[in-house]
Design a protein around this ligand. Structure first.
Ligand code: AP5
Length: 215
């Protein structure tokens, strides 16, 4: 089973992904996480990706598709995978469709999480992430028990560089121009489920579970 999580920055894709992969026993592929690790470790990929990410722009397709091609061939993906943040352009989606038959997979369902724009800005500028385990928090909606300390591993929480107000606005524009066309692409294939991401985290997960259990 291959599931794609689609939605604007801050829609809650990462938050829901953690729950989905646990409940449905799927491998997790987040291109954003893979790119951030490459930036942190200052690999050749990271040094190319950094300038785009810092400006809220998409990393060029040819770099991202190679990451996904390699990741999908790892053994844990044979049980199925959840793709978070990929594809993000129609060209990436076409690439995915072309490579999946090689590993006997197809995109089974696309979960489109939509959230009002004002709420997206509030969620992103208030997000905090654990520097050790990557767990996600929000200063208001999902705070840790102790301020700036991860509940799961005790690591320090930090604000992502691309969560400044200016970069968040740019990311939302990039989503509208480059990623929204994917909605029609998957609508035409009849595999989109619409999730109202304005609800609380548990209610959003309930909608996702209903969609996945109807597969
Ligand atoms: P990526 O890391 O994929 O970022 P994104 O898509 O912009 O999404 P976010 O991680 O910001 O948000 P999310 O939807 O996961 O929300 P979250 O669950 O954290 O990509 C980063 C960059 O990498 C891109 O800009 C690009 O440069 C590059 N990149 C990545 N993939 C690429 C690709 N395929 N092609 C090219 N470039 C690529 O939630 C946000 C906050 O809200 C959290 O604080 C959370 O606690 C809170 N929250 C979540 N759900 C709720 C809720 N229901 N109610 C209240 N609060 C909530």
């Amino acid at each position: 089973m291959l599931i794609v999580l689609l939605g604007p920055p801050g829609a809650g894709k990462g938050t829901q992904a953690e729950r989905i992969v646990n409940d449905h026993n799927l491998a997790y592929i987040s291109t954003g996480d893979i790119l951030r690790t490459a930036v942190k470790e200052d690999t050749p990929l990271g040094s190319k990706a950094r300038e785009y990410m810092d400006q809220g722009q998409l990393v060029p397709d040819h770099l991202v598709v190679e990451i996904v091609r390699e990741r999908l061939q790892e053994p844990d993906c044979s049980k199925g995978a959840l793709l978070d943040g990929f594809p993000r352009t129609v060209d990436q989606a076409i690439f995915l469709d072309q490579m999946l038959p090689d590993i006997s997979q197809k995109v089974d369902q696309v979960l489109l999480i939509n959230v009002d724009e004002e709420e997206l800005v509030e969620r992103l500028t208030g997000r905090r992430v654990c520097s050790d385990c990557g767990a996600n928090y929000h200063v208001k909606y999902n705070p840790p028990a102790v301020r700036n300390v991860c509940d799961q591993c005790g690591g320090d929480l930090y604000q992502r560089d691309d969560d400044s107000l200016e970069t968040v606005k740019e990311r939302l524009e990039v989503y509208k121009k480059q990623t929204e066309p994917l909605v029609k692409f998957y609508q035409d294939k009849g595999i989109i489920s619409y999730i109202d991401g304005n609800k609380n985290i548990g209610e959003v997960f309930d909608q996702i579970n209903s969609a996945l259990n109807s597969l």
